[in-house]
Design a protein around this ligand. Structure first.
Ligand code: ADP
Ligand code: MG
Length: 643
């Protein structure tokens, strides 16, 4: 965790030196030395922070109007001084206190920065590509500056603090006299020799226009007149909320930059949803679906990340304006009719917020549906990234369950890695097939190799391969799709009798008699095995789901699917009470050989019973219950084989 040399409270009046966290120094090193081609993004980052600071102040001023009083017009000001070699970025926003300066500029605060570091640790990766993908925050200033000075005063406090660092490992904090800065933050960059080009006003204009046009406050450039005696001020950006502008006016580039500003991601979004709703409630919506998973997608908090505005005032950037299973959707909702005085806490019970949430959710799902129809390949990649999260909705959101089941895509035993919808599945069901079959497993490959699937494959029955932990939950609560129930291939009897086998060997009339006889023999063996496995399995029975393997385990009637049982076991740390069933394959050579020994060799049957159960366990990815016993029995058999 962060190390600071001095405790924050003790030494407030002396100059203090603090060390950056170790990773920060490394980040600075990477930034300064390997990504020069993208240097100009430092300005985007500092303007983005200044804009956030102004929006925070606007919010606090809703309850304390004194804060804005002396200087009500929020704005960002740039000033280049070629003689001094400095570029100054000022804002009259919320500002930072002593502790905030130390905490926010001394640690890896920003999510994007942390993700950047995680990725940057892989030396082989292209750092240039990385920097384009993540917002890198405040530290990017050191790409162009040999020294950075931040003077800041927290709105309403009156204290002014100066933070200074050369970016090589430590920073200093010093108190300035009252009034040294009226409000907000002034960042002075002492430019490196090789970055002096950023002191050129034309260049600054171009960079602001390219990256920060969408910032909803004026970004002003202060220029000295030719004779150096007076100053001109020019506003460089459109300074209008992007989501309020008509779509026809907005370029892809505008959207992309705005997406970067609010998500810290600088690749192309996978999907943009932009519209204005009028009617009972009036609001504007601009949402983005990213291309890849954010690192905190599976945080237990499952927090929404929508920025909620009320008439252009940012209320919170973590509003739950969508259900948790759509938490990967980012963007803005701006309401015209919620009260400005609404607090973050009050949001949950606000009926307007509730109504908007409902409508926006519906819209997002319908947009996903359209994408699935019109751009199935794009949708497939989106599903690969976020399907595991969307599926949480299948058991959480009863109202939209059917819509979500239609959106869901699956790998199956017959799809060759392509994703299939349930509609596809149902349309291609085998004759007499009455259920949608699935199997759960760690990976599609592992699931596809399960012995439980053999009988389904032999009959040409497609089986969904479910590999996300969430699959075990929704499949146990959902009744069905299109009137067809979901059924685990590891659960209950397989009901495969009604379906003809493709190889058809066992179904020929000629073999019927032989069949009944051999079934009786198999049943005898099953009963005997059951005696020997008393207390370890609920039952041993003859299987119609096995083709190549001698045995497999399935769930008992009413017991949980094997995948769910495993999850419950892990989370509770104990074996569940549910007993499983051992199924034997009456056509397997070994089982047939054992059938002939049933009344002769008691120890052989006893050992075989345990070995069969243990091998079925191993196929399920488990250990034999009694590893020592397993080894003893196995060795005895090997010896016998060699006699
Ligand atoms: P991020 O913006 O993603 O949080 P940054 O590295 O860009 O990450 O900034 C770190 C933090 O420093 C911000 O979250 C904010 O709290 C603080 N900060 C940076 N610049 C300013 C500013 N101009 N005014 C107020 N606070 C700021
Ligand atoms: Mg930032």
């Amino acid at each position: 965790m962060p190390t600071t040399k001095t405790s924050k409270t003790e030494k407030k009046n002396k100059n203090e030196t603090h060390e950056f966290r170790a990773e920060v120094s490394r980040l600075l090193d990477i930034l300064v030395h390997s990504v020069y081609s993208e240097r100009e993004v430092f300005l985007r980052e500092l303007i983005s922070n200044a804009s956030d600071a102004c929006e925070k102040l606007r919010y606090e001023a809703l309850t304390d109007s004194e804060l804005l009083k002396d200087d009500p017009e929020l704005k960002i000001t740039l000033r280049a001084d070629k003689d001094a070699g400095t570029l100054t970025i000022s804002d009259n926003g919320i500002g930072m206190s002593h502790d905030e300066l130390a905490d926010n500029l001394g640690t890896l605060a920003r999510s994007g920065t942390r993700a950047f570091m995680e990725n940057a640790s892989d030396e082989a990766k292209d750092k240039n590509a990385l920097i384009g993908q993540f917002g890198i925050g405040f530290y990017s200033a050191f790409m162009v500056a040999k020294e950075v000075e931040v003077v800041s005063t927290r709105a309403g406090s009156g204290e002014v603090w100066a933070w200074r660092s050369d970016g090589t490992g430590s920073f200093e904090l010093a108190r300035l006299k009252k009034g040294a800065l009226a409000r907000g933050t002034r960042i002075t960059l002492h430019m490196r020799d090789e970055a002096k080009e950023f002191l050129d006003n034309e260049k600054l204009r171009r960079i602001v226009k390219t990256y920060s046009d969408h910032i909803p406050l004026p970004i002003e450039l202060v220029e000295k007149s030719e004779d150096g005696k007076s100053e001109d001020v020019h506003v460089l950006n459109a300074a209008r909320a992007l989501w309020m502008r008509p779509k026809s006016e907005i370029t892809d580039e505008d959207y992309k930059e705005f997406y970067g500003h609010i998500c810290g991601l600088y690749d192309e979004p996978a999907k943009i949803i932009h519209y204005r709703a009028e009617g009972r409630h009036e609001y504007a919506v601009l949402l983005f679906i990213p291309k890849s998973r954010p690192f905190d997608l599976f945080d237990p908090d499952r927090k929404g990340r929508i920025r909620l505005y009320v008439r252009r005032v940012l209320i919170t950037d973590e509003a739950d304006m969508l259900p948790a299973y759509l938490r990967f959707v980012r963007g803005v909702v701006d309401s015209e009719d919620m009260p400005l005085t609404i607090s973050r806490e009050m949001l949950q019970n606000n009926p307007v917020a509730g109504a908007i949430k409902k409508a926006v959710t519906k819209r997002v799902l319908s947009e996903l549906g359209k994408m699935a129809d019109k751009k199935p390949d794009d949708y497939a990649s989106l599903w690969e990234a976020f399907g595991a999260v969307i599926k949480e909705g299948i058991y959480e959101d009863y109202e939209r369950r059917d819509a979500l089941l239609e959106l869901a895509r699956f790998k199956t035993t017959t799809s060759d890695d392509k994703l299939r919808s349930l509609k596809d599945y149902v349309a291609d069901m085998a004759e007499n097939q009455s259920a949608i079959y699935f199997i759960t497993g760690e990976s599609a490959a592992a699931a596809a190799a399960s012995p439980q699937l053999e009988g389904f494959k032999a009959r040409g029955v497609e089986v969904l391969l479910l590999t996300d932990p969430v699959d075990s939950f929704w499949t146990s609560t959902v009744t069905g799709f299109d009137g067809k129930p979901f059924k685990s291939v590891t659960q209950g009897a397989a009901d495969l009798d009604a379906l003809p086998r493709k190889d058809a060997a066992r179904d020929k009339d000629a073999k019927k008699d032989e069949n009944t006889a051999s079934k009786a023999k198999a049943a005898t063996l099953a009963a005997l095995l059951k005696q020997n496995l008393e207390g370890e399995v609920e039952d041993v029975r003859v299987s119609d789901r096995l083709v190549d393997s001698p045995v497999c385990l399935v769930a008992g009637a009413g017991g949980p699917d094997l995948g769910l049982e495993k999850i419950l076991k892990q989370s509770k740390g104990e074996a569940p009470a549910a007993r499983r069933i051992l199924e034997i394959n009456p056509d397997h050579k070994m089982i047939r050989a054992l059938e002939d020994k049933t009344d002769k060799d008691k120890t052989l049957i006893k050992d075989a019973a345990h070995l069969l159960l243990d091998q079925a366990r191993i196929l399920e990815g488990e250990l034999p219950e009694d590893p020592a016993g397993f080894v003893t029995r196995l060795n005895a058999l090997i010896l016998k084989g060699m006699e």
